[in-house]
Design a protein around this ligand. Structure first.
Ligand code: ATP
Ligand code: MG
Length: 255
């Protein structure tokens, strides 16, 4: 029987993650994402506004989970906590066996390097072409790649997202949908085991949205990637293993 992998944390003496209740004699691996008791507030003093309240959620490796819910309900905030883009205030999150609470900025960067992010507002660098955006992202994992990979991988991914004409274009001359696809390519270029996506198809027409979802779903099926995706698009729900709903800062439904 194998023991659950201890959580990777700062400093010595950290306790391993609590395993979920197990059948007698059965080893239980920790989920890929374990969220427990997550609150979050923006601002301090009189300006303090709590936007997340006591959230618990577990995602298994290889799951495609959709997070939906009204605007302002806290979806992006929760995603940014899972992605180590914001520090945890109350509660705990484990991601890929990193325990995030109390991690230093340097260690948070390490966690982020293993995640493919697709942001709600693209976050592309104005000065970089699509091709250079992908090459820069590959440098985060440069030890994996040959010189030839740096030539071929960006081109292949750009072609598969149907933005070949934008290869040497910069964001200011791209449409919103083209920028969105460059951002998707950037998130996928290093074959992340975890993809966090915030409305990745919001700017795409139906055909392109279907294509992107099929491409993401293939990552789950073929590479065992885990996807946690915020979307309002009910058509995407059919592709997901689970749909989780957030209302007023609380995960209210897990169906
Ligand atoms: N940087 C910030 N400073 C202060 N308040 C913020 C900040 N970011 C978000 N909020 C507030 O936190 C709440 C949750 O915002 P969040 O962006 O997480 O919602 P959301 O569910 O992603 O909404 P949407 O569907 O519109 O993207 C909102 O009331 C919002 O006004
Ligand atoms: Mg949002």
């Amino acid at each position: 029987m194998t023991a659950p992998t201890p959580a990777r944390t700062e400093g010595a003496g950290a306790l391993p993650a609590n395993p979920a209740p197990a059948e007698a004699g059965q080893a239980v691996a920790p989920g890929l994402i374990e969220i427990s008791g997550i609150d979050y507030a923006y601002g301090t003093g009189k300006a303090r506004k709590q936007v997340l309240f006591g959230n618990d959620l577990r995602l298994e490796a290889g799951e495609f989970v959709v997070l939906t819910g009204p605007s302002g309900s806290g979806k992006t905030t929760l995603l940014s906590l899972i992605g180590a883009l914001r520090s945890i205030q109350t509660g705990s999150i484990e991601v890929m066996s990193y325990r995030l609470a109390g991690l230093s900025q340097r260690r948070m960067e390490e966690v982020r390097r293993e995640i493919g992010f697709i942001f709600q507002d693209h976050n592309l660098f104005d000065a970089l072409t699509a091709y250079d955006t992908l090459r820069l992202a590959m440098r985060l994992c440069r030890e994996r790649y040959t010189r030839r990979d740096f030539e071929t991988r960006p081109t292949r991914l750009i072609e598969s997202l149907d933005i070949a004409e934008q290869t040497h274009a910069k964001p200011k001359s791209m449409s919103t949908g083209q920028k969105q696809r460059v951002a998707i390519a950037r998130a996928l270029i290093n074959d992340p085991k975890l993809i966090l996506a915030d409305e990745p198809t919001a700017a795409l027409d139906k055909n392109r949205a279907d294509h992107v979802i099929a491409l993401l779903k293939a990552r789950v099926v073929e590479q065992g990637a885990t996807i946690f995706m915020v979307t309002h698009d009910p058509r995407i729900f059919a592709f997901a293993d689970r749909v989780v709903e957030m209302v007023d800062g609380r995960i209210s439904r897990d169906r």
